[in-house]
Ligand binder design. Sequence first.
Ligand SMILES: Nc1ncnc2c1ncn2[C@@H]1O[C@H](COP(=O)(O)OP(=O)(O)OP(=O)(O)O)[C@@H](O)[C@H]1O
Length: 329
Amino acid sequence: MTTDAVTSPDVPARDAPAAGITVSGVTRSFGAVHALQGVDLMAPAGAITALVGPNGSGKTTLMLVLASLLRPDAGSVTIGGADPVVDPRAVRRNTGWMPDTLGVWESLTAREILVTMGRFYGMDRDAVRSRAGQLLEWQELATLADQPARVLSRGQQQRLSLARAIIHDPAVLLLDEPASGLDPGSRIRLRDDLKQMAAAGKTILVSSHVLSELDEMADLAVFIREGATVRVEDLSRDGTAGGRYLITALDVAALRTALEHYSIAYRSAGRRQDSVSVEVASAAEAADLLATLVGAGVRVLSFTPGASRLETTYLELDRMRSVDDGGHA
Ligand SMILES: Nc1ncnc2c1ncn2[C@@H]1O[C@H](COP(=O)(O)OP(=O)(O)OP(=O)(O)O)[C@@H](O)[C@H]1O
């Protein structure tokens, strides 16, 4: 994809918005269900921010508030400088929203969906047709452009949904589980596309349960639980990278002997006969252990974190929750 495909000059001019998303103390209840209970978030422009949390933690509710489709009960939100409650039109002009399903649009053709959406945003007929054509090419949907969207596969619908979200070249993108239904090749492409859009200055907030995937693209992660922010992690900084590492050696017996010699606890690595896993407290400790093993003559083939950084944090938060729940029991 070229950057032109995502930042087209064929869209109406707009005032340059103050960049990014800020959310402060937002609450939203549905009757007795308190979906958001004081969530805070800052997603800067030019970066991908991951929104991470267990099922029912409030991710979609927050996205709907940001997209100006749901009114918060309290708290403040700005998107590209505009408040979705006070000025929903400005927010919609600056924001692309990709829900987790294409929804009621499925009886229109792929091209009609893009053109209709562009017209909603005030793009003129020629500009929107040309932009729709570019985006359909970009998403490899050109041959299906005049088919009803319902005949598209789930993955193709997801690709169309992304094209629809950016038809008006928004500064902010809200993506709810964008990779769901995509094949591995399309997932890699989506990741590269989002990185390219962030590099072009877009603000991207993406929710997903596939943490390894988020880990590869996100600059920042916001963890929410029970409708509140519980951790913000800057993934672009070197982390402590503690946790479990998988060590693979040419001679695993020699590896085990060396670990025992240095009194380092290890576990066998599931079905892998050539590997063991160890727990370390930091990246420095991991590096020292690798040097020690190599120095002791162990022929190490690989030495890799057993879980992505997001997975490690997620599991840590989960453990803390279990302890809290136990404490309150
Ligand atoms: N329209 C609604 N009416 C009643 N309850 C709702 C409504 N929308 C969401 N909820 C509730 O609010 C809570 C948060 O839901 P939400 O969909 O935001 O979670 P989520 O983090 O996106 O979950 P998932 O990861 O499963 O998609 C849940 O308990 C859900 O049942």
